[in-house]
Design a protein around this ligand. Structure first.
Ligand code: ATP
Ligand code: SF4
Length: 318
């Protein structure tokens, strides 16, 4: 069995807008191993969600995968027909989004929604699907009688549990969780993250945790991938990233975390992320980087392998 579950190779995803072409994901390569939680972090607009939606090929109409490969367990998802891709979604890749209210049908009981998902993928009776749905709810800590509830009858945390039950009921190989706890209070957030971590163990699944919060990724993910302005700039085990961030942008993200790592001084990264219709030349971080040299403005650095698990894209290490 391959160690790598998902291999993204030179992926480019652009949005065609009235203002021009937004290069939201621009030549990103990333490999995710089995049973690994990878935190995909970066400021708003760095391309995290675009990357997540591209993997399941659920981009809005103006979003196009321009080139690259997305290989799940040896299968290039970009070569699949739409109906083959529908089979992959839910069965091989589960999705958990920030706001379950927009993903759950408000007019359908949650049990019916889970049963429908099951029956789309497996050939079993409705009764068996219902039993599976009840079990999935229990696994996320909800009593099976919640199957008869409508989404609005549940709390925010319960709805997110239902989303997780939906995402995991068919035991997918990969879960993409896009800001799954951002709308929840800290205690519920913690419980939901515990739940995702325990499901990873039980189901042997890998998780891509998309979050703007590097401290959450540090706490929960095995590895952290740092995106900025459509590029991947650093990828390494979480403990290495936090104890010794290499990329100046990663250093900035860590320095701007309030308190969590007991750093005395909290420093915001100066400036704003660029407009991706017209991104900066060379290293896209150069207008904000305290270490930028002339070369950084001229030429884009290559991704460098520092050790077996550690990669960084910056001239300081070339
Ligand atoms: P956030 O946390 O705010 O969602 P993100 O890191 O997930 O940020 P994306 O949402 O992937 O980033 O956005 C990447 C870039 O693509 C941004 O410049 C954004 O404005 C642009 N973008 C995202 N969705 C669309 C869209 N539907 N049409 C046009 N541009 C888009
Ligand atoms: Fe800063 Fe240059 Fe490294 Fe970019 S390549 S992060 S501008 S030092």
């Amino acid at each position: 069995m391959r160690k790598t579950l998902l291999a993204i190779e030179n992926l480019k995803v652009y949005y065609h807008t009235g203002r021009g072409v937004v290069r939201a994901v621009d030549d990103v390569s990333l490999a995710i191993n089995r049973r690994e939680i990878v935190g995909l972090v970066g400021e708003s607009g760095s391309g995290k969600s675009t990357l997540g939606y591209a993997i399941v090929r659920l981009l809005p109409p103006q979003g196009k995968i321009v080139s690259g490969k997305i290989v799940l367990d040896g299968k290039n998802l970009l070569k699949l027909s739409l109906s083959e891709m529908r089979k992959v979604r839910g069965k091989e890749i589960g999705m958990v989004f920030q706001d379950p209210l927009t993903s759950l049908d408000p007019l359908q009981k949650v049990g019916d929604q889970i049963v429908e998902t099951i029956l789309e993928h497996v050939n079993i009776s409705k009764k068996e699907a219902y039993d599976m749905a009840a079990k999935a709810l229990m696994e996320v800590g909800l009593p099976p009688d919640r199957l008869d509830s409508y989404p609005h009858q549940l709390s925010g945390g319960q709805r997110q549990r239902v989303m997780i039950a939906l995402a995991t009921v068919l035991k997918p190989k990969l879960i993409i969780a896009d800001e799954p706890t951002t709308a929840l209070d800290v205690i519920v957030q913690d419980r939901i993250m515990e739940l995702l971590a325990s499901l990873k163990e039980e189901l042997n699944t890998s998780i891509i945790l998309i979050t703007h919060d590097i401290s959450l990724a540090a706490e929960r993910a095995d590895k952290i991938a740092v995106m900025y302005a459509g590029h991947l700039y650093e990828y390494a085990p979480s403990d290495e990233i936090i104890s010794k961030p290499l990329h100046p942008y990663t250093q900035g993200l860590i320095q701007s975390i309030p308190d969590v790592f007991a750093r005395k001084e909290i420093k915001e990264i100066k400036g704003n992320p660029p407009d991706l219709v017209n991104p900066p030349s060379g290293c896209r971080f150069h207008p904000r980087c305290p270490y930028a040299i002339e070369k950084c403005m001229r030429k884009e650095p290559a991704m460098i392998r520092i050790n077996e698990n550690r990669y960084v894209k910056c001239w300081l290490y070339a």
